[in-house]
Design a protein around this ligand. Structure first.
Ligand SMILES: [Zn+2]
Ligand SMILES: [Zn+2]
Length: 275
């Protein structure tokens, strides 16, 4: 059952992301048998290099299958986002001109210049193009990340010095949960679905852990959904506290639907340091 939100989200907003997640899950199940990734001693690599695994070890897979997924996502979006269907069609018409071996690397490296150039060539906004390129990559990332989930979540991650960044795919996390049994904090990556531990009362951006300077705020009547703020760098991270609400949640959807917490944080002068 859907939970009651403290604010009303734009019509169809949440529904679109729920359908997108289901679509990605289905695609992931199909691709699982088609994709094979080399396995590494991930903890040793992270400790010695301090760089996300998929940056250290080039993320290689069948570019043809990525192209198929890219085109299928365009079809999905044409159906589910009717208001921008014409714009989507302009991308669909030029799909043969893109380099599907290079694009995933550029998305993972967050290469804005490359994305801007291609978006210009396609005649669409960089945000829309990146959305399609990124979301069609996610099923592959989740397959590649899955074998490491237990290892990463089971380690204290004391040797990982950039807690805001996913140790596997290198994406920035905006959401964490406090585990029901012990209140320990786990960061969540919405790109590859990896979770990793970070210290409960330490800022994930600047490392500040001075007593009384890392605090939390929640909306009345919605106690499990919180923002943790840092007085030093003005950073914030959204958090779901399982101790307040024993029900297990879909972290991906919880991040999307808690957009009101982002608004609240910005109103109070905090930033997720994305800009
Ligand atoms: Zn990730
Ligand atoms: Zn901070």
């Amino acid at each position: 059952m859907d939970r009651k939100l403290p604010v009303k989200l734009p019509e169809g907003y949440l529904d679109f992301f729920k359908k997108l997640e289901s679509w990605q899950n289905e695609r992931q199940i199909y691709l699982k048998n088609e994709c094979q990734f080399e396995q590494y001693d991930v903890l040793a690599l992270l400790a010695s290099k301090q760089e996300p695994l998929f940056h250290l070890k080039k993320f290689r897979f069948d570019s043809g299958k990525y192209k198929d997924t890219f085109i299928l996502l365009l079809d999905f979006m044409e159906q589910e986002r009717k208001e921008i269907a014409d714009t989507i069609t302009t991308i669909t018409k030029k799909t043969d001109a893109l380099d599907y071996a290079l694009l995933p690397t550029k998305v993972l490296e967050d290469d804005g210049t490359y994305v801007d150039q291609l978006a210009k060539f396609l005649g669409v906004s960089p945000d829309l193009f990146l959305f399609v390129a990124d979301h069609s990559l996610r099923p592959f990332l989740r397959i590649a990340a899955q074998p490491y989930h237990e290892t990463i979540a089971g380690d204290s991650m004391e040797n990982w010095h950039i807690p805001a960044i996913c140790p596997l795919c290198g994406s920035k996390s905006h959401f964490s949960r406090l585990r029901a049994i012990d209140g320990r904090r786990f960061m969540f990556c919405d790109r590859c679905f990896t979770e990793w531990e970070s210290k409960y009362l330490q800022c994930i951006y600047c490392g500040n852990d001075e007593p009384g300077t890392v605090k939390y705020i929640s909306v009345e009547g919605d106690d499990a959904y919180q923002i943790y703020t840092c007085d030093k760098c003005k950073g914030y991270i959204k958090t779901f506290d399982e101790r307040q609400n024993k029900r297990s949640i879909d972290m991906y959807i919880a991040n999307v639907e808690s957009i009101y917490l982002d608004i609240l944080a910005h109103e109070k002068g905090y930033t997720n340091h994305d800009e």
